[in-house]
Design a binder for this molecule. Structure first.
Ligand code: SF4
Length: 276
């Protein structure tokens, strides 16, 4: 893994994502190396190839200072905006243990009595380190991405990310500490399309943590990402290839039925589909 430090001019960026006004990415690149990641285009901003995604992290070392300046301008406008950590990296990469950029930005939000929603999405239980700061924020929630009920599938697709088991434990811990949580279930990759019962196990595991709401996202993989997955693992490749000519998405009513069965609220009111 290559690590580099760099300076940035801006770290709070206007968002096109649903449910959020601004996104914050303290790092460029991501050491979790998920095969389905759509963020590999970020490499062009730091001179890295798309193929090299997952092998580098650029640390935006002045980002806390820039964050504070940009936040003060937002506060001047007196808007109660949603700030999301993070859209094209994970805010709790292992390198966050050393640099603590995410933690320091949360402290800036706390010290400035930020009233808007601070939303965090991660795959790492390192977020538990910051429970003390999270509890001081006015409106905060922490989400975990869960793509499978099985650690073995996660290991094949999210190569260097923390296990699903550790994410579920972290959700339970946050719930027990009264921090609002959600799960991001998606993308619904072919292993779930081929075996919808695994989706039921996944939803049941999320419900057991005490988490009450979820986003669900259908799969919409580019041909580059499909190829990356197919060439990575023989068993997964067979699953993916067997579905090539069939419909690659799960029925929305089926998903809603499972969420109802386990008492989970579907955020946005619908399953996310990028081609809609
Ligand atoms: S954790 Fe998120 S940003 Fe990082 S590689 Fe996986 S999908 Fe991409």
């Amino acid at each position: 893994m290559k690590y580099h430090e760099l300076d940035c001019k801006s770290v709070i960026t206007k968002s096109k994502l649903p449910d959020t006004d601004y996104v914050v990415n303290p790092y460029v690149g991501c050491s979790f190396s998920c095969l389905y990641c759509y963020a590999s285009f970020m490499g062009r901003f730091v001179g890295e190839s798309v193929e090299n995604w997952g092998n580098y992290v650029y640390i935006r070392k002045n980002s806390v200072e820039i964050f504070e300046k940009q936040l003060k301008k937002l506060l001047d406008k007196k808007l109660k905006s949603t700030i999301f950590f993070s859209s094209v990296t994970d805010p709790y990469l292992p390198i966050e243990k050393k640099y603590q950029l995410t933690r320091k930005m949360l402290e800036v939000l706390k010290n400035n009595h930020y009233l808007g929603l601070v939303s965090i999405l991660t795959k790492s239980a390192l977020v538990l380190r910051d429970i003390d700061v999270l509890q001081e924020l006015k409106d905060v929630e922490v989400g975990f991405t869960i793509i499978s009920a099985k650690d073995s599938i996660s290991k094949a697709l999210e190569i260097k990310a923390p296990s699903i088991t550790s994410r579920l434990h972290a959700l339970s811990e946050l719930n027990s500490q009264n921090i609002r949580t959600y799960a991001f279930i998606g993308p619904l990759l072919p292993h779930l399309v081929q075996n919808p019962l695994e989706l039921e196990s996944l939803i049941s595991l999320v419900a057991q943590t005490g988490t009450k709401s979820v986003y669900v996202e259908q799969m919409n993989l580019s041909s580059y990402i499909k190829q990356k997955i197919i060439s990575s693992d023989k068993t997964l490749a067979n699953t993916y290839l067997s579905l090539q000519k069939n419909k690659m998405q799960l029925n929305e009513d089926f998903i809603r039925g499972l969420l109802d069965k386990y008492g989970l609220h579907l955020r946005l009111g619908n399953v996310i589909e990028h081609n809609k």
